[in-house]
Design a protein around this ligand. Structure first.
Ligand code: FAD
Length: 295
């Protein structure tokens, strides 16, 4: 038996990091401090989210632009088609193409009011699959789309959700990144259905290290991620002990990655929430060290 699943073997792992565009000067400094600390881990790409209803259009653009100009990182810009015309979306995509951005995370997005049923803009792209088709006409972007191991809350059933994923891939997407999840077996069951549907592109697990359990529980309810009972138990009694919570978060996420790796997963996407410490710790467990050194 191997003493650990980590370290030396893990030379073949590729990681990507997700950030959100900062709202204030202070948040900008925190983000850039994180980017600088994570840069030596050589992620395959770093992505920058797009606010609900396109609310961060300028800030997403500014962050992507700065990453492109000031770092060696490959940025991917998230882009949602909700509440915008095709013309508006096409203009944003063309701007990205012209400035040298070659990777877009193509998404439908959600209505600006929480709980409001989705309705496409009259002159807009209908959904993410439609957006993928439109973006491919603008430039030969590398396109990521979203995948949902526990199905998207809007999907009629799990089979319809896989059909939707397949449409996105058939329309030209190169890979998918999953909604975050905690149940590794459920991801593998999802992958069985993905492969059975003839989808062969990478389906990269999105890893969310949870430090604030109450917040995560609230958010998970809205995006359809289930919270296993064992996770709730792990965070019991830690409300006023942030340091212990951070250790627990790192351990849980590292174990999750380790089990995914054991099952053949080689690519991981981290929802960093603009912080570097947890992501760095989990990457360390995976054998990813600054400048690619593996001890
Ligand atoms: P779609 O793939 O278009 O579909 C969503 C659901 O609608 C699916 O269940 C699908 O089955 C159903 N559906 C779509 N079209 C049809 C059809 N023709 N007939 C029947 N059913 C249909 N949101 C942001 O606002 N900004 C971000 O930066 C952002 N980044 C994300 C990154 C990742 C990795 C993930 C997983 C999600 C992200 N989101 C982001 C959230 C995302 O916008 C929401 O989950 C949104 O509700 C769905 O977007 P989608 O691209 O998955 O939609």
């Amino acid at each position: 038996l191997k003493p650990s699943l980590f370290a030396a073997e893990a030379k073949d792992i590729d990681v990507s990091f997700e950030f959100f565009p900062p709202k204030t000067e202070k948040m900008e400094q925190a983000l850039w401090s994180s980017i600088r600390k994570l840069e030596p881990l050589h992620p395959g790409m770093v992505s920058v989210t797009y606010g609900a209803g396109g609310s961060t259009r300028e800030r997403t653009h500014a962050t992507v632009s700065r990453i492109l100009k000031e770092t060696d990182l490959l940025p991917a810009a998230h882009l949602t088609c909700v509440a915008a015309t095709k013309g508006e979306i096409d203009d944003i995509a063309r701007e990205y193409w012209d400035m040298g951005v070659r990777h877009i995370v193509a998404l439908r997005g959600d209505m600006p009011t929480i709980g409001q049923a989705y309705a496409p803009h009259e002159q807009g792209y209908k959904n993410a699959a439609d957006l993928v088709t439109g973006l491919k006409k603008i430039g030969d972007f590398h396109l990521s789309v979203a995948a949902y191991p526990e199905s998207h809350p809007d999907s009629a059933n799990p089979a319809a959700d896989i059909d939707n994923l397949k449409r996105k891939i058939d329309n030209g997407a190169d890979q998918a990144i999953t909604q975050y999840f905690f149940d590794v077996d459920m991801y593998f069951r999802f992958m069985d259905r993905v492969l059975a549907a003839g989808i062969t592109v990478p389906i990269i697990p999105g890893i969310m290290p949870v430090t604030n359990f109450a917040q995560a529980k609230n958010f998970s309810g809205r995006c359809g991620t289930s919270i296993p009972a064992w996770l709730a138990t792990l965070f019991e009694g830690l409300d006023d002990r942030p340091e212990i919570r951070r250790h627990v978060a790192a351990t849980v996420a590292a174990e999750q990655c380790m089990r995914l790796y054991q099952g053949g997963v080689k690519k991981f996407h981290f929802y960093t929430l603009n912080r570097s410490e947890l992501t760095t710790t989990i990457c360390h467990f995976l054998g990813i060290r600054p400048e690619g050194e593996i001890s």
